[in-house]
Design a protein around this ligand. Structure first.
Ligand SMILES: Cc1cc2nc3c(=O)[nH]c(=O)nc-3n(C[C@H](O)[C@H](O)[C@H](O)COP(=O)(O)OP(=O)(O)OC[C@H]3O[C@@H](n4cnc5c(N)ncnc54)[C@H](O)[C@@H]3O)c2cc1C
Ligand SMILES: NC(=O)c1ccc[n+]([C@@H]2O[C@H](COP(=O)([O-])OP(=O)(O)OC[C@H]3O[C@@H](n4cnc5c(N)ncnc54)[C@H](O)[C@@H]3O)[C@@H](O)[C@H]2O)c1
Length: 509
């Protein structure tokens, strides 16, 4: 029996960060991954979607150049295979980077599917020498995205003692700890099962052979909004249907309003408070009936229907019961001790998308969880993850970025609050960008702590970092107001919003 200190199941951002930190702290670590290290975020989530959004931004820039700046630019066409090749090259290079990090840290990666056989023991099945035959579900494979870098002799793989292509089983038992990091997959709706062609998930939409002329996006969370955004920029007709009374319903209401306005301005038909009644799959697309917020029935024909109604935890084949664990009714593995992310079974920890709220289903939250669990297993003091101070970003056009409580949440928690909202166009750089946007700060009344910061507009994903420190360090507006922001920048608007709350506003009285 192979008995490392730590076994990590799942090589996504949660699992590989745990493995890297544990190995750096001197623990012997085995990481089991049945597909590709890097997981959802790297291969079919954060990175490829942000690559698409970057290309989309360039396309939007051509229109802005022509319409606002007198630059006589026109868009000939979007060469989808070329766009996809660049995206996939970025993913492949990152993939090799993660493999190399794991190899250099001394993490042993076993390619195969892990099944629990006891509280800290695991059987890895289908162990293979060329792990991650990187198939995207339903075989929408493009070269580059699903190639097998391991086959090119990259580091990071010490996994198959039996040689290439052979398959077998391997039993392992962890001396110190077992970490469950098996992540999530797209949630589907009964009667609306994805077929990969007409009814698609976020995975399918990335790896489709081309862009649809029209798309109906169901769900106005981060995925729905980001995909609606890049499809529109790249030329598709887009309808976005959200069941809640506003898109990004977990964000501040003012953020939702600005985002809705921005998306509508770009020609996206945003329907919040709307319900899909039914959808018929046709040869050339889908025909869906939607009940609008006003109670009207709308028939929408689109080439594709993208189901983006959330994600669901993955535990299939894992058999958590063998370790004495159970999943909750939603499929999450719930820690008994959130400060250590440890389950009721001592030494068994959970990270990433397998965790229920208050974890956030975000890659950067899973990095923080990985650090915490690795340090806990190594006996190194480690602070619990402060979920309230984890930033949340939507990389659409316009972008949203937020940290901390919305105004409504702050009031619901009994805080007496003051707020300050300021348009980005109140500063000169905001006018240069000409895309609107705003900064909203929610703080305790009487000069108390900053409880939340909410941004909408261009580049706000890059502007939220200072506010995460403000919220995380329990700073007050006057603390921030002592520090000078560079001029002329968009970030000046954030500085100015704090200056005003501290009674020292220059451009906003
Ligand atoms: C389209 C999209 C865009 C996103 N964009 C962002 C973003 O911009 N920013 C952000 O912070 N988050 C984003 N996310 C969310 C982010 O991808 C997830 O929060 C993150 O990937 C979770 O990491 P994880 O390690 O928990 O799980 P995963 O990344 O899902 O990794 C789990 C791994 O476990 C493996 N596995 C599962 N079961 C077994 C088993 N039994 N044996 C062996 N291996 C197993 C899987 O193959 C997988 O590789 C996005 C998600 C999607 C879908
Ligand atoms: N930029 C980012 O950080 C980023 C990007 C993409 C995904 N993610 C993460 O991936 C996960 C999944 O994202 P998501 O957007 O799929 O989930 P989500 O839960 O964030 O949003 C799903 C949305 O669908 C709506 N919805 C649910 N059922 C519906 C129905 N039948 N009809 C219409 N609307 C319905 C919900 O009200 C919700 O607004 C989340 O954890 C998200 O944070 C993050």
């Amino acid at each position: 029996m192979d008995s490392p200190d730590v076994i990590v199941i799942g090589g996504g951002t949660g699992g590989y960060s745990t493995a890297l930190r544990a190995a750096a702290l001197g623990l012997e670590v085995v990481l089991v991954e049945r597909d590709k290290v890097g997981g959802t975020c790297l291969h079919r989530g954060c990175i490829p979607s942000k690559a698409m959004l970057h290309a989309a931004e360039l396309v939007d820039g051509i229109a802005e150049a022509r319409e606002r700046w007198g630059v006589k630019a026109t868009l000939d066409a979007v060469d989808w295979p070329a766009l996809v090749a660049t995206r996939d090259d970025i993913v492949a290079r990152n993939h090799r980077g993660v493999q190399a990090h794991l190899a250099h840290a001394g993490v042993r990666v076993i390619a195969g599917s892990a099944r629990l056989t006891g509280p800290r023991s695991v059987r890895v099945e289908g162990v293979r020498g060329e792990p991650g035959v990187h198939d995207i579900p339903r075989g929408h494979g493009e070269p580059g995205a699903h190639d097998n870098p391991r086959g090119h002799g990259e580091p990071g793989v010490h996994d198959n003692p039996r040689g290439h292509g052979e398959s077998g089983a391997q039993d392992l038992s962890a001396r110190r700890g077992l970490v469950l990091a098996t992540g999530s997959r797209p949630r589907t709706l009964p009667g609306l099962e994805p077929d990969g062609r007409r009814v698609v998930t976020s995975d399918d939409a990335l790896f489709a052979p081309g862009l649809p002329a029209s798309v109906l996006v169901l769900g106005g969370g981060a995925i729905g909004v980001e995909y609606a955004s890049f499809h529109r920029s790249l030329g598709a007709e887009v309808t976005l249907v959200e069941a809640a009374d506003r898109i990004v319903p977990l964000e501040d209401a003012e953020v939702s309003r600005h985002l809705t306005r921005g998306l509508k301005k770009r020609g996206i038909d945003v329907r919040a408070g709307a319900r899909l009644l039914d959808a018929e799959v046709l040869d050339d697309g889908v025909r869906a009936r939607v009940r609008t917020a006003r109670g009207e029935t709308l028939t929408i024909a689109a080439e594709r229907l993208l189901v983006a109604v959330g994600r669901t935890p993955v535990t299939d084949g894992l058999d958590v019961t063998a370790a004495g664990l159970a999943t909750d009714e939603r499929g999450f593995v719930v820690p008994a001790d959130w400060d250590r992310l440890e389950t009721a079974v001592p030494g068994v920890h959970v990270v990433g998308d397998l965790l229920p709220p208050p974890s956030l289903g975000l890659a950067h939250a899973s990095f923080a969880e990985g650090l915490l669990v690795a340090e806990t297993l190594a006996g190194v003091p480690s602070a619990p993850v402060d979920y309230a101070a984890v930033p949340r970003v939507t990389y659409s056009s316009p972008q949203t970025a937020a940290v901390g409580l919305s105004e409504a949440e702050a009031r619901a928690r009994g805080h007496e609050v003051v707020t300050n909202s300021m348009p980005l166009t109140a500063v000169a750089k905001g006018m240069v960008h000409g895309q609107g946007g705003m900064v909203k700060v929610v703080a305790e009344a009487g000069g108390g702590r900053v409880l939340g910061v909410h941004l909408v507009g261009p580049h706000v994903s890059e502007m939220i970092a200072e506010s995460q420190l403000v919220v995380g360090w329990d700073a007050e507006p006057s603390d921030v107001a002592r520090h000078v922001h560079p001029h002329p920048t968009l970030s000046e608007a954030v500085g100015e919003a704090f200056l005003t709350l501290a009674g020292r506003g220059l451009h906003q009285q």
